[in-house]
Design a protein around this ligand. Structure first.
Ligand code: TYM
Length: 329
């Protein structure tokens, strides 16, 4: 099965990105060896205010991090979106079959644009670029977190509209969400998604936070005034979020964890989650430092990834041009 997913180049990566996305990337890479494409979506990063030097450095940081969590350049294709011109081209072509109204209903556009003095046109058309990313690769499955649900629906609509207007061209992709941890919540405001941009420093745990910072953030996580450790996301969002994270970090199912905390308090749970996450990220930190130190090697690997991605996307882009009536050859 063809797998495709993307992750923004800028912004520090949280445990939400890890659980919702990166961990799934590794699993789908393993299940679909050679057929999984992962993209550092640097073109998406310029839709909100950003610093060019930061974009440059963060792109390489993220490549090192993705290899560190387990993406293997021999078994999957990791590349930067800007290295494959087909992505920008596909976005323009697909804008012909994307409704202005539908783009206006995207909640991420509304949230990210709200209260800003300057809202870029790119922030509005961003989901079209994302649809192109996915559709260019004839993707079957897209491993993502819950917050990308609406964008994925739009990609499916765009594929269907193109297919019915210009003839069968794209596979209609399907999203895959993690069974536990599809929406990791902010540790300080557990009714809100943990976010790179919107969460406070204390509310989000970064994959590369030092161990003591991780422990402290979990120790000060907001729970509730009750005492029972139960998985009830609506009634007990803070505790339920901690249980989800603990379940992912330890591999134990949530009911088993709940039973184990019988008679224990929130303090125990917070300490245990902190420790489990420190252990989960320990090997990632070590590999990251090594990989990040060798920039020429990172660039070389990304170059190989770009070559493979260009090859894989070229036939679909050509087909798009042909079906739409362009004289290209
Ligand atoms: P981005 O960069 O914001 O997030 C990358 C991935 O992390 C997931 N994620 C979460 N999962 C669970 N809990 C959270 N708190 C959490 N926060 C983030 C996201 O769901 C995502 O899977 N538009 C996309 C990038 C993109 C893309 C694509 C994704 C561009 N092209 C094509 C898939 C396919 C985005 O901004 O993700």
């Amino acid at each position: 099965m063809r797998v495709f997913s993307g992750i923004q180049a800028t912004g520090a990566k949280t445990i939400g990105n890890y659980i919702g996305a990166m961990r799934q990337y590794v699993a789908t890479q393993d299940e679909n060896e050679g057929d999984a494409f992962f993209c550092i979506v640097d073109l998406h990063s310029i839709t909100v205010e950003y610093d060019p030097q930061d974009l440059h450095d963060r792109t390489l940081d993220l490549a090192a991090l993705l290899y560190a969590v387990g993406l293997d350049p021999d078994r999957c294709t990791l590349f930067c979106q800007s290295h494959v011109a087909a992505h920008a081209e596909a976005a323009w072509l697909l804008s012909a079959v994307t409704g202005f109204g539908q783009l206006g209903r995207m909640t991420q556009f509304k949230e990210k644009g709200e209260g800003r003095e300057f809202v870029s046109a790119g922030l509005f058309t961003y989901p079209v670029l994302m649809a192109g990313d996915i559709l260019l690769y004839q993707t079957d499955i897209v491993p993502i977190g819950d917050d990308q649900r609406q964008h994925l629906e739009l990609s499916r609509d765009v594929a269907e509209r193109f297919n019915s207007r210009f003839g069968e061209t794209f596979k209609v992709p399907r999203a895959v969400y993690p069974t536990v941890g599809a929406r990791i919540m902010d540790l300080q405001e557990p009714t809100k998604k943990m976010s790179t941009t919107a969460s406070s420093e204390q509310g989000r745990v970064l994959v590369l936070d030092p161990p003591d910072t991780i422990r402290k953030k979990f120790r000060t996580a907001v729970t509730d005034s009750d005492r029972e450790i139960r998985y009830l996301p609506d009634e007990k969002p803070g505790v339920s979020n901690l249980l989800e994270i603990l379940s992912v970090a330890t591999g134990s199912p949530i009911p088993q964890l709940e039973a184990g905390y019988d008679g224990k308090g929130y303090g125990d749970l917070k300490t245990d989650v902190g420790e489990a996450v420190v252990e989960l990220f320990r090997p990632v930190h070590e590999r990251y430092e090594e990989l990040r130190a060798d920039e020429p090697e990172l660039r070389r690997l990304l170059g190989i990834g770009a070559e493979k991605a260009r090859e894989a996307s070229a036939p679909t882009l050509q087909q798009m041009y042909d079906r739409m009536g362009f004289v290209r050859r």
